[in-house]
Design a protein around this ligand. Structure first.
Ligand code: ATP
Length: 369
């Protein structure tokens, strides 16, 4: 949860058993999800998983085939898009090219018939909010990509929605500008105290901005959690694979009990923490991130558990860190990474060297499927 969200409070947005079919095709499949007031919430998934469809149903551009959407205590099924306290921010190419920045921002307000003086005041506020005061009279094509994005943002905030929906908001920006804009969006969200729901297929973007993430696949939510939980404790092979890099060590359950599980695999006997009591002999998989695997020349104190010999197979220097691919005795190659700030300066580990790969009991999780 966001530090300011009250976990006992009622959800602000609830999707209840939402299904959306297009003909025979099910784009969203009996999905249930709660979003809290003032959360920065991300819907993350590969192309076609149904995330935009979910957002469009919240905005009112699509109707669910079945299920309910509750917003601020109210079933919104019968409410048309323009009367929902929700606004969608479109990518900057949806700005009107023939209108100035200020007319673009005031467009929705004029449509609502707001008095002119009030519109002018609101537009001035919005220009200030997105730091574009000097650009009020320009046309969109006289602005940079990042500035255009901020106009689009100001336009979508001008009507003071309670919820802002953002569908791939930064897709058109280059990497550096994207990163800057991510932080601007986070600041703005906190400043305004609004609920933001962003759709993205970019996991770094979701991890950077969101308080919580829903990882989606095939019209369903697979895991909803904070970025740290999603990364450190993926609930499934799908999430472990989808987010970041991961090594999956397969084996058979050798022992379980007293808060520990042991899995015997080809290269490792994995001992890890876990309350589940899987059947002895059942297949099991342990997921561990590259930075949690330690590479060393010296054997660890107890080389029989969570350790294996190996050989450096590949090295990639990435500036902030170095990635080692290590070939284990079975032939499996694991990926490990080490911050260069922590790497030995003299006589660093090199190609073809014999090394040990080891990890702590808490370094990863046993996957449930
Ligand atoms: P992307 O990141 O590519 O936008 P997405 O996860 O947002 O993907 P959706 O746009 O929600 O995916 O679409 C989910 C599925 O529903 C896709 O397979 C898409 O082809 C299908 N779909 C979406 N809208 C329609 C429509 N109007 N008619 C038929 N099929 C549709």
């Amino acid at each position: 949860f966001a530090p300011w969200a009250d976990p006992d409070s009622k959800p602000f947005i609830s999707f209840k058993n939402i299904t959306k079919k297009f003909g025979d095709f099910t784009a969203v499949d009996n999905l249930t999800l709660d979003i809290y007031h003032r959360e920065f919430f991300a819907l993350l998934g590969a192309s076609g998983c149904g995330k935009s469809t979910l957002l469009r149903m919240l905005a009112g551009f699509e109707r669910p085939t079945s299920g309910e959407i509750i917003l601020d205590g109210q079933d919104i099924a019968g409410i048309p898009p323009y009367r929902r306290p929700v606004n969608m921010m479109f990518q900057s190419y949806a700005l009107f090219p023939h209108m100035t920045v200020e007319s673009n921002i005031g467009f929705g307000l004029r449509q609502d018939g707001m008095p002119k003086a009030e519109i002018a005041e609101r537009v001035t506020q919005m220009l200030k909010l997105v730091k574009l005061e000097q650009f009020a009279k320009r046309k969109p094509q006289q602005l940079s990509g990042g500035q255009r994005q901020r106009v689009a943002l100001a336009r979508s905030l001008a009507k003071r929605p309670k919820v802002l929906l953002l569908d791939e908001p930064l897709g058109a920006l280059d990497k550096k500008l994207r990163e800057e804009t991510q932080f601007e969006l986070m600041d703005l969200q906190q400043q305004l105290g609004l609920t933001f729901v962003v759709v993205t297929h970019d996991q770094e973007e979701a991890m950077t901005m969101a308080d919580r993430i829903a990882v989606m696949s095939h019209g369903n939510v697979i895991q909803v959690a904070t970025p740290a939980e999603i990364y450190e404790a993926p609930n499934s092979r799908f999430v472990a694979d989808f987010i970041g890099d991961v090594n999956i060590l397969e084996g058979k359950v050798k022992a379980a009990g007293n808060g520990r599980i042991e899995i015997a695999g080809d290269d490792f006997t994995v001992r890890t923490v876990g309350d589940a009591s899987p059947a002895i002999g059942a297949g099991a998989a342990f997921a561990v991130r590259p930075e949690k695997l330690k590479v060393s020349r010296a054997a660890p104190a107890d080389a029989s558990i969570n350790a294996s010999e190996g050989e450096i197979w590949d090295i990639a220097y990435l500036g902030d860190m170095t990635v080692f691919h290590v070939r284990l005795p079975s032939g499996k190659v694991v990926k490990t990474s080490m911050l260069n700030a922590q790497r030995e300066v003299e006589n660093p580990i090199g190609y073809d060297e014999k090394v040990w790969v080891s990890f702590a009991e808490t370094a990863g999780v046993v996957l449930k499927d």
